[in-house]
Design a protein around this ligand. Structure first.
Ligand SMILES: Cc1ncc(COP(=O)(O)O)c(C=O)c1O
Length: 387
C-alpha cells in the first residue's frame, strides 16, 4: 500500500525511444533536425493551424508571443488571474503591466464580464489595453466566443495560453488556435511531454519565422555572426522533439484515459455533500488534464490542506489549485478585476480546490485507493460536523 501515486507523471509509449535512438544514430543532437521539423508539422496537423515553432518551454513560447504582439515597457496586458505565474511573468519580461482578470464560475477560466470591466478600467486610466493572455485551465476551454467578441471590440491581440490544454476543443476548434498566437507546454507533468518544452502556433507563418529568428539568438543570415537585435536561446532540441513525436502519436488515447479517470472520480464522489467538480460545457471537448474538486468546508468539514495531508499519509500526491496571481506578493500591486464586485471566483476556487491524481497511467486499482481515501475522509469529517 505504500507505492507512491503521483499527480500527473510522464507516460511514455513505444515510439519515443525509437525516435530518440534515430536522433542518436543520425547524430542530429542539436536544436535542429528532422524530428524538430516533423514535430512542428504534426502539431500543426493535430490542432489544425498553419505554423508552429518548437521551443524549450511554454514560458519561452509565451515570451515570444508577447514580443510578436510588440509588447513594450508601459503597455497594459490583461491576463487570467487563476493560473500559474508563468502565464504572466513574460508580460513583465517585456516591461508590460499585467492587469489580472477573474474567472467565471462555469469554466473556471476568464470571466467575460470581468474582462470588459478591466478594459474599461485601463481606458479610464488613459491607456489602451494592448493584448490579453487567455488561459485554458486544467484542460478546460475558456468561453472563447464571448471573450473574442470583447477582444475585437477593444482591439486586443489575443494570446491563448493552452499550456494545459493541448487537445481541448471549443466548438470543434483546438484551444490555442483561436487567438492570434497560441502556446502549449510539454513539461514533464503535462498531458504529453518532451521532458521540458513548448510550442508557439499561429496562422501567420511570417510571425513564426520571426519568432524562430529571435529563438535562435537573432543571427542575421550572413556568413559571419552579425546581430541587429537581442535574441534568445529558446529552441527545442531534435532529441526532445523525437520524444514529442512519439507522445503525439498516442495523445488521443491519453486524453481518453484522463477523461475516464475524471468520470470515475465524479461517479464515486460527486453525490457527497460539499463536493463539486468542474463540468464539461456543451461547447467543449475537455481533456481533463487534471481533475479538480472543490471542497466546501462548511458542508464537507474538510479543507484542501487537511485532505492533502490525509492523502499524503497514504503516499498519494495532490496539489492545491493555483494561487491566483493577484494574491501573489510579486503581483499584489497590480490591478485586479473580480467576476462580481463582491465575489472573486478565483479566490474561492483557490481556497476550496484540490487537484487529484490524474495521470493517464493511473491504474484502476490506484485510483480506487485514492477514491477510498477521499471517501473515508469525507465520511469521517461530515459525520463529525453533523453529530
Ligand atoms: C497555465 C500555464 N502556463 C504556462 C506554463 C509554462 O509552461 P512551461 O513549464 O513549459 O514553461 C504552465 C506550466 O508549466 C502552465 O500551467
Amino acid at each position: 500500500m505504500s507505492d507512491q501515486i503521483y499527480l500527473s507523471p510522464p507516460h511514455m509509449g513505444v515510439l519515443e525511444l525509437q525516435y530518440v535512438e534515430q536522433a542518436f544514430t543520425s547524430n542530429w543532437l542539436a536544436p535542429v533536425g528532422p524530428h524538430l521539423d516533423r514535430f512542428e508539422r504534426e502539431v500543426c496537423t493535430y490542432v489544425d493551424q498553419s505554423a508552429a515553432l518548437a521551443l524549450n518551454s511554454g514560458t519561452s513560447a509565451l515570451h515570444l508571443a508577447l514580443k510578436l504582439a510588440d509588447i513594450r515597457p508601459g503597455d497594459y496586458v490583461l491576463c487570467s488571474s487563476l493560473t500559474f505565474a508563468a502565464s504572466a511573468n513574460p508580460i513583465v519580461y517585456q516591461g508590460g503591466i499585467p492587469v489580472f482578470v477573474d474567472s467565471e464560475p462555469e469554466s473556471w477560466n476568464m470571466s467575460p464580464d470581468a474582462l470588459r470591466t478591466a478594459c474599461e478600467m485601463v481606458l479610464s486610466l488613459g491607456h489602451r489595453p494592448k493584448a490579453v493572455v487567455i488561459v485554458h485551465l486544467y484542460g478546460h476551454s475558456a468561453r472563447m466566443d464571448e471573450l473574442m467578441r470583447i477582444c475585437e471590440h477593444y482591439e486586443l491581440i489575443v494570446i491563448e495560453d493552452a499550456a494545459e490544454a493541448l487537445g481541448t476543443k471549443y466548438k470543434g476548434r483546438s484551444c490555442g488556435t483561436m487567438g492570434r498566437y497560441g502556446i502549449y507546454s510539454f513539461n514533464g507533468n503535462k498531458l504529453i511531454t518532451t521532458t521540458a518544452g513548448g510550442m508557439l502556433v499561429s496562422a501567420d507563418e511570417g510571425d513564426i519565422e520571426k519568432a524562430k529568428y529571435w529563438a535562435t539568438q537573432a543571427k542575421s543570415p550572413l556568413p559571419y555572426y552579425h546581430h541587429t537585435e537581442i535574441g534568445f536561446n529558446y529552441r527545442m532540441s531534435n532529441v526532445l522533439a523525437g520524444i514529442g513525436r512519439g507522445q503525439l502519436a498516442v495523445i488521443e488515447s491519453r486524453i481518453q484515459a484522463r477523461r475516464s479517470i475524471h468520470q470515475r472520480y465524479k461517479h464515486s464522489l460527486a453525490n457527497i455533500p460539499g463536493v463539486q467538480f468542474i463540468n464539461e460545457s456543451r461547447d467543449e471537448r475537455a481533456t481533463n488534464w487534471l481533475t479538480v474538486t472543490l471542497l466546501d468546508r462548511e458542508v464537507s468539514g474538510v479543507t484542501p490542506e487537511e485532505m492533502m495531508a490525509a492523502l499524503a499519509e497514504d503516499h498519494i500526491e495532490s496539489r492545491r489549485v493555483w494561487k491566483p496571481l493577484h494574491m501573489q506578493p510579486i503581483y499584489q500591486d497590480c490591478l485586479y478585476v473580480p467576476h462580481h464586485r463582491e465575489f472573486s471566483v478565483s479566490e474561492k476556487w483557490f481556497n476550496e480546490g484540490i487537484c487529484l491524481p490524474s495521470g493517464s497511467n493511473l491504474s484502476a486499482e490506484e485510483q480506487e485507493r485514492v477514491i477510498n481515501r477521499l471517501y473515508e475522509q469525507l465520511q469521517a469529517r461530515s459525520s463529525a460536523i453533523h453529530s
